[in-house]
Design a protein around this ligand. Structure first.
Ligand SMILES: Nc1nc2c(ncn2[C@@H]2O[C@H](COP(=O)(O)OP(=O)(O)OP(=O)(O)O)[C@@H](O)[C@H]2O)c(=O)[nH]1
Ligand SMILES: [Zn+2]
Length: 201
């Protein structure tokens, strides 16, 4: 865990205050017309506060905390991990959005690569924050570029937003697809190769 960063969407601006979260949930229950002291709800504020600690755990992590293991394998061709499960929280409505992320990169000329699981961990660092899908996508791409110094990166995220399914416009099944492409993966041929691997089922 590293220190707080205060840029918009870049990290926490204070400590996680579980008691405060608990009080806020209690207030919210009262505000919507519920009785937080009834049997079934008595433990709910504390439970929700603990759940938020987990759901927003990425606020307390930085990409360099998870992209720790790097090896020089001399492999300088594309590495792509697809269908990484994403659970995140829309910062507009504080309801979930979920789907998959595909993360690929072309290692630096000296073949500096990271463990495959680290790419999924990196997605989690940014997904476990109040988010918008576009920022999640660019943060994963930019942090990979910065830390691994690869020749290129591609990140594609496909999610369904509960704020569009269970409320508001109510269009369950609508998928939002965002991508961020950096370096050599901007070249049409390389990008097409990555996209065909991503799209292949
Ligand atoms: N670009 C982007 N928009 C998002 C994301 N998650 C939710 N939104 C949108 O954020 C917008 C917020 O719009 P507002 O008009 O302020 O809120 P609202 O009245 O609740 O909007 P509706 O959802 O249309 O009912 C909505 O259009 C959401 O669909 C995201 O990850 N990226
Ligand atoms: Zn939303």
């Amino acid at each position: 865990m590293t220190d707080a960063v205060t840029l918009d969407g870049e990290g926490p601006i204070g400590e996680f205050d579980e008691k405060r979260a608990e009080n806020a949930v209690r207030e919210l229950l009262i505000a919507v017309g519920e009785d937080p002291d009834r049997e079934g709800l008595r433990e709910t504020p504390a439970r929700v506060a603990r759940a938020y600690r987990e759901i927003f755990a990425g606020l307390w992590q930085q990409p360099e905390d998870v992209l720790t293991t790097t090896f020089d394998l001399g492999h300088d061709e594309m590495v792509l991990v697809k269908d990484i499960e994403v659970f995140s929280t829309c910062e507009h409505h504080l309801v979930p959005f979920r789907g998959v992320a595909h993360v690929g990169y072309i290692p630096s000329a000296n073949g500096k690569i990271t463990g495959l699981s680290k790419l999924a961990r990196l997605v989690d660092v940014y997904a476990r924050r109040p988010q918008v899908q576009e920022r999640l996508t660019t943060q994963v791409a930019d942090s990979l570029m910065e830390i691994l110094e690869p020749r290129g990166v591609i990140v594609v995220v496909e999610c369904e937003h509960m704020c569009m399914s269970m409320r508001g416009i109510r269009k369950p099944g609508a998928k939002t697809i965002t991508s961020a492409v950096r370096g050599q993966l901007r070249d049409a041929a390389t990008r097409n190769e990555a996209m065909s691997l991503i799209m292949a089922r």
